[in-house]
Design a protein around this ligand. Structure first.
Ligand SMILES: Nc1ncnc2c1ncn2[C@@H]1O[C@H](COP(=O)(O)OP(=O)(O)O)[C@@H](O)[C@H]1O
Ligand SMILES: CC(=O)N[C@@H](CCC(=O)OP(=O)(O)O)C(=O)O
Length: 295
């Protein structure tokens, strides 16, 4: 047995009671575009998802692909800007985001799961009436005048309704749903949804035992750069106010707050490039990343 296999076996033995406790529950796992860049970590991620399924947990994967959309936009000469971690999305950007997310990345993940011995079904919010989106209304308070300003992000959507039938049917028949964060509005318009937001909405609707947000940092870091291991929604509000969190971490933590306040047991932000980070966090006493629970 190699050292690597031994380490994995030790994790599995420690995890056995947890597997029994959470059999039949759902884990929503958001796999970020940054975490996806590392081929070895991607293989291990797929193995972990297949292992969860094998022990009776129902994983639902929501993937991102921000860097990959950025690379394609650059190739096609389309400029892109972000506001508070969200991509301002015009019609051309919405079409390219759908092509990259629902086309390339979604099917790549389905392939990784198949290589790891699982059966995955790749869908977006458009399939089976899973998600209906509305335009996201974002406002920002002007620090001088204290007036709320509306920021127009174009076709950035937020999940309005979630119908989990397709996810439940797929899970019950042994499949692992892989969801791209794209959905249509009632008018048929395609909306680009931040992948964290999409994962949070599904975790809330499914009453998931865990929402895992896999990214490219160890978790939420404090002002001194140290890992914050546990947070509550009110502490997150303070971190946002005092500027400790910025960029993509803002929608990520807003998602965690929404999910734990709407029926998900707990959310975790952790490093998806770390070997078997998800298993270590959930199934061992050591833990990893930042755990968010309701106040
Ligand atoms: N306090 C913080 N702790 C950790 N990361 C932070 C913090 N504030 C901002 N960030 C940034 O948030 C990033 C994660 O968000 P994002 O780039 O959107 O990830 P992903 O593509 O995985 O969703 C980190 O790489 C980091 O640059
Ligand atoms: C509205 C919005 O920002 N949508 C994201 C969707 C992909 C995503 O969220 O990917 P990551 O998780 O890898 O960042 C985007 O266009 O980049």
């Amino acid at each position: 047995m190699t050292k690597e296999m031994l380490a994995k076996a030790e994790v599995l033995i420690e995890a056995l009671p947890y597997f029994q406790r959470y059999a039949g529950r759902t884990f929503v796992v958001k796999y970020g575009g940054h975490a996806m860049g590392d081929a070895k970590a991607a293989r291990e991620f797929a193995e972990d998802i297949v292992l969860l399924k094998a022990v009776g947990i129902n994983p639902v994967v929501v993937h991102g692909g921000g860097p990959q959309i950025g690379a394609m936009l650059e190739k096609l000469g389309v400029e892109s800007t972000f506001v508070d971690g969200l991509r301002v999305t015009d019609q051309a950007t919405a079409e390219i985001a759908e092509m990259v997310l629902s086309g390339a990345i979604n099917k790549q993940l389905v392939g990784w799961i198949a290589s790891a011995g699982g059966k995955a079904i790749g869908i977006s919010g458009k399939d089976g009436g899973l998600v209906t989106a509305t335009k996201l209304e974002r406002t920002r308070r002007d620090p001088d005048s204290a007036i709320e300003q509306v920021i127009d992000l174009g076709f950035v959507g937020t999940p309005e309704t979630v119908d989990t039938t397709l996810l439940e049917t797929a899970s019950a028949s042994g499949m692992i749903p892989i969801v791209a964060p794209i959905a249509a509005g009632v008018d048929g318009q395609t909306y680009n949804i931040n992948a964290d937001t999409m994962a949070g909405a599904l975790a809330a609707a499914l009453g998931a035992a865990r929402l895992f947000l896999l990214t490219d940092v160890a978790g939420v870091l404090g002002k001194d750069g140290a890992l914050l291991t546990d947070l509550t929604p009110s502490q997150i509000g303070e971190l946002e106010q005092n500027g400790t969190i910025s960029g993509g971490m803002i929608p990520k933590l807003e998602t965690c707050v929404h999910a734990v306040e709407a029926g998900c047991d707990a959310a975790v932000v952790l490093d998806g490039r770390e070997a078997h980070a998800m298993l270590l966090e959930f199934f061992t006493a050591r833990g990893a990343g930042t755990l968010i629970r309701a106040d």
